[in-house]
Design a protein. Structure first.
Length: 318
């Protein structure tokens, strides 16, 4: 990872500094899949990069027939994976919109995930895509020992993914989101799961950020002193530990982990640790993500406010 210097404007594109992915997104929008196949094929032994690229490309392709053409014309594990990713996005969007086609689209998505998993049994990505749909039916496997709230959920599916990749970032985030209140869970269950999962992870893992994600998710501006929660000793200590242990490791990533850096920078600013937050923003370069800033207002305004608190430049008037 080597983020560029901030030059006066935010870059919101999810590809961030993955130049290959950014170029392929242009191709996908133009209806071409050849370079997408190549960009995914080179990630077969890098599951983190495979998850990142396939998810971003699916967001570009979901409104087109590109993946269906690709699967028909040049079937491959990459074509099947992209079909699974796109089908899941369509199913989730339809379910959230209460679309009459939601059930049919979910069946298509499950079939697509199973096909992709069969073509490459070592790849956790199709199973992660399937995990994203677990909230639609509230899968309720019993929780393992060690959780105070013992929340039921898609534990068996999650365990299978971990057998393929124990520290899969997207899998952990998908699993945690199952317990969010907006998906039928509870604040206490989400905190419990986030703590359980993060404590299992190595000290220099991005999964240590999961409690900070749960904290943003539980933010309620109507509660008294809601913005002061991050100043509490346990949350400040959590953010500082991630800063010391994970941030140095992030420099070795193949792309700038913008979303994780944003959660860390936000927690440090809210915890009044501006010196440390400044270093995190510097590592982000010009790249920006909607979350966690959009949970507090307009994301660009909230990001600029945080950067100003650290003495860093922000974009000028449009």
């Amino acid at each position: 990872m080597a983020a560029e210097l901030f030059e006066g404007q935010y870059v919101w594109h999810p590809a961030a500094d993955d130049r290959v992915l950014a170029g392929v997104c242009v191709d996908v929008r133009a209806g071409r899949y050849r370079h997408a196949c190549e960009a995914l094929a080179e990630t077969r032994s890098d599951f983190a990069l495979r998850a990142h690229r396939s998810l971003v490309l699916a967001s570009e392709a979901a409104g087109t027939d590109l993946v269906e053409r690709w699967l028909d014309e040049e079937p491959s594990p990459e074509a099947a994976l992209m079909w699974a990713r796109v089908a899941v996005q369509r199913a989730l969007r339809a379910a959230d919109a209460h679309d009459d086609r939601a059930e049919a689209l979910e069946r298509i998505a499950l079939t697509a995930c199973d096909r992709a998993a069969a073509l490459d049994p070592r790849d956790p990505t199709p199973w992660v895509a399937k995990l994203a749909m677990a909230r639609l039916h509230r899968l309720r496997d019993p929780a393992p020992q060690g959780l105070l709230t013992a929340p039921p959920g898609p534990w068996r599916l999650f365990a299978h993914i971990l057998s393929l990749d124990p520290w899969h970032r997207e899998a952990h985030h998908r699993f945690l989101s199952f317990f969010f209140t907006r998906h039928g869970g509870s604040v206490n269950a989400a905190w419990d799961v986030a703590a359980f999962l993060s404590q299992r992870a190595p000290a220099d893992s991005a999964l240590r950020l999961l409690p900070l994600v749960a904290l943003v998710e539980s933010y309620n501006p109507t509660q008294l002193l809601a913005d002061r929660v991050w100043e509490q000793p346990q949350w400040r200590a959590t953010a500082l530990a991630i800063y010391h242990n994970w941030l140095p490791a992030a420099s070795g990533y193949r792309f700038t982990p913008v979303l994780d850096l944003a959660y860390l920078a936000h927690a440090l600013v809210m915890g009044q640790c501006e010196f440390e937050a400044r270093a995190v923003f510097t590592a982000m370069g010009p790249y920006a993500s909607r979350m966690p800033w959009s949970a507090f207002g307009d994301p660009a305004e909230q990001l600029s406010r945080a950067r100003r608190a650290c003495g860093l430049p922000v974009p000028g008037p449009a």
